[in-house]
Write a protein that binds this ligand. Structure first.
Ligand code: PLP
Length: 383
């Protein structure tokens, strides 16, 4: 009997939790436009406000600081358009390992853009940030992700934000990968803006949020009927927003389960390391998300590994992207100074709320079988 497919790609998207799927279906069936003044509309508005409070609670923020968007990507776009406009920002500084929704939008803004280097452990050089901001006459915006989507590396956001604030710069933190996996406190992190995306923590796809310090504003990027207090027009994705709110509440409830994933992940990594000395776990010694493992098998392209594992019944993703038939090595790993060989042979394994210890054990075996078939090192051992 064939066993079920084992999904280990939670950093790409997490399945919605059953309670979330149930509430989304119910709200879609009941409908309601939060802008309508009648009873049905007012009930829909109340649901949006409840979700706003739930999302704020996940991030230790105030409900009024939450603007719902159509995705994490849209929230990041709103930072580099609306936040830049409202705060007369003239200069951007982002890390070299940011997600494309930050990197491409910052590049398209037309503003002066500088990239902050990371060391070989994926950490941003805080001193370099301070030096670059020193004596800046123009208002700057610094954007650094809390946790990296590929490596899971966690940055010292409060330290970087303090340096930015010292120089009167604004600070944005893309917390899309961190939310629901590690405790989040926007006040403690001292961020002025923070991005969240529901589908990464058990909510529906197609809904995100930009959180901000209430005293700092953001101008609208999408104009129209003035929803979200004029900051994001368009009839609200009511079911999505309610789903995001419940997912946020459940993420707080389930945080201990998420941190316990680190044990299974670490066991997998040490077994793989003992079995295949040529394998490299990126950021293994650094502070990282409890669910993420980026494993390089030198000499075997990421795509080949992903396909082989897929055929064996495991869903993981490449640490590198494939465009127009060409394998592009991961920009994150390249930025960390890891050579092409490592950068083009890494796969990301990311666990989540449905993952069992048996899944991780089965994957570990599956990875070893793949390694024996594909690794040049394994062939040498046989010869
Ligand atoms: N930021 C990071 C770090 C991400 O990993 C992602 C998605 O993978 C996004 C932003 C974009 O979020 P969304 O899928 O909601 O557009």
């Amino acid at each position: 009997m064939s066993r079920p497919f084992i999904y280990l790609d939670y950093n790409a998207t997490a399945p919605a939790k059953p309670e979330v799927a149930e509430v989304v279906a119910r709200v879609m069936t009941e409908g309601g436009n939060p802008s309508s003044v009648h009873t049905h509309g007012r009930a829909a508005k109340a649901l949006v406000e409840e979700a706003r409070a739930q999302v704020a609670a996940l991030a230790g923020a105030e409900p009024k600081s939450v603007t719902f968007t159509g995705s994490g990507t849209e929230a990041n776009n709103l930072v580099f358009t609306g936040a830049v406009k409202a705060n007369k920002v003239g200069r951007l500084l982002i890390s070299t390992t940011e997600h494309e929704s930050v990197a491409k939008t910052a590049a398209a803004s037309g503003l002066a853009l500088e990239e902050l280097p990371v060391d070989r452990f994926g950490a941003i050089d805080a001193e370099a940030l301070g030096e670059r901001l020193e004596g800046s006459s123009e208002k700057a915006l610094v954007s650094v992700m809390l946790a990296n989507n590929e490596t899971g590396r966690i940055q010292d956001i409060s330290q970087l934000a303090a340096i930015a604030h010292e120089a009167q710069a604004l600070f944005h933190c893309d917390a899309v990968q961190a939310a629901g996996k590690i405790p989040l406190d926007m006040t403690a992190l001292d961020a002025d803006f923070m991005t969240l995306s529901a589908h990464k923590f058990g909510g529906p796809q197609g809904v995100g949020a930009l959180l901000r310090r209430p005293s700092i504003d953001v101008a609208a990027m999408i104009l129209g009927g003035g929803q979200e207090l004029g900051r994001r027009s368009g009839t609200e994705n009511l079911a999505g927003i309610v789903g995001m709110g419940l997912a946020a509440e459940l993420a707080v409830r389930d945080m201990a389960t998420m941190s316990s994933l680190a044990k299974w992940r670490d066991d997998m990594e040490s077994q793989i390391g003992a079995y295949a000395p040529e394998a490299l776990v990126v950021c293994q010694e650094s502070q990282r998300l409890p669910n993420t493992s980026l494993i390089s098998l030198p000499g075997v392209l990421s795509e080949t590994q992903v396909m082989t594992l897929d055929l064996a019944g495991f869903g993981v993703s490449a640490g590198s992207a494939c465009s127009s038939g060409k394998v592009a090595a991961s920009h994150t790993l390249k930025a960390m100074g890891l050579g092409d060989e490592i950068a083009s042979s890494a796969i990301r394994v990311s666990l989540g709320w449905k993952t069992t210890q048996e899944d991780v054990k089965a994957f570990t075996q599956g990875w070893m079988t793949m390694r024996d078939r594909l690794s040049p090192q394994a062939r040498t051992e046989v010869a």
